[in-house]
Design a binder for this molecule. Structure first.
Ligand code: 5GP
Length: 228
């Protein structure tokens, strides 16, 4: 991959869309992150193999009021897990409902991420959050991430989060205790495939340490959100 590393070796910039020097966010630019009047919020796409820490990072960043982020709740046809809530983690649809929405062109992007498990970003969800003056953050698979970037080219930052190694990824997936052996294998195969896409993202983060990664990402997001 072309690019360069900064700070603690956590971040590699692909050089595709992040052309200028980094001037990290400052308090006096805070107002640029509010977009209620002009509906010109920005989009931040997080994609990564499961187990990379992406979802935890997204949740942490969302707690930062300076970033003015709102989460794009995706629709899915996969079964709901015990701890999940409709409308908070996903909009849970039956496969037929999902297919009907595809036919109605209700999605900005959708993917059959695993066999019979559809996932997609609802156009209505993104429009609602932008109209509320928010910056929208997405936790979606790599192909979906690239499609969001194509759909909103000028205002999207795409971030690929990677675990330090496949071994570490496997360890994290097992420690979750939520998936069967078959599902873990499936996710690891998918992770290998997804890693090939990392160079196409604006930024790649190797998540060795959550706190350090969160700090780096906060600076990068502030800078991106403050850019005209
Ligand atoms: P999980 O079943 O673990 O919640 O998610 C499985 C995968 O689907 C993850 O990689 C997640 O990022 C991805 N995903 C979640 N929502 C969407 C979406 O709206 N579109 C796409 N393309 N992928 C999604």
């Amino acid at each position: 991959m072309s690019g360069f590393c900064i700070a603690t070796n956590l971040i590699i910039f692909s050089g595709v869309v992040w052309p200028k020097s980094l001037t990290f966010g400052m308090a006096d630019k805070f107002d640029f992150m509010q977009h209620k009047e002009n509906n010109q919020g920005k989009l931040i796409v997080f994609s990564a193999p499961s187990g990379s820490g992406k979802t935890t990072l997204v949740h942490r960043l969302m707690k930062n009021p300076r970033l003015n982020l709102a989460f794009s709740v995706s629709a899915t046809s996969r079964p709901k897990r015990d701890y999940e809530e409709h409308g908070r983690h996903y909009y849970f649809l039956s496969p037929d409902e999902f297919k009907r929405k595809i036919a109605e062109n209700a999605f900005v992007e959708w993917e059959e991420v695993y066999p019979d498990h559809f996932y997609g970003t609802l156009r209505s969800e993104v429009e609602r959050l932008l109209s509320e003056g928010k910056n929208v953050i997405f936790d979606i698979d790599v192909k979906g991430g690239m499609n969001i970037k194509k759909y909103f080219p000028g205002r999207t930052l795409s971030v690929f989060v990677q675990a330090p190694s496949l071994e570490e990824l496997e360890k994290r997936l097992r420690s979750r205790n939520t998936e069967s052996e078959d599902k873990i294998r499936l996710r690891l195969d998918k992770a290998r495939e997804e890693m090939q896409y990392a160079p196409q993202f604006d930024i790649m983060v190797i998540n060795r340490d959550l706190d350090a990664t969160e700090r780096e990402l906060t600076r990068i997001l502030e800078d991106f959100l403050n850019k005209e």
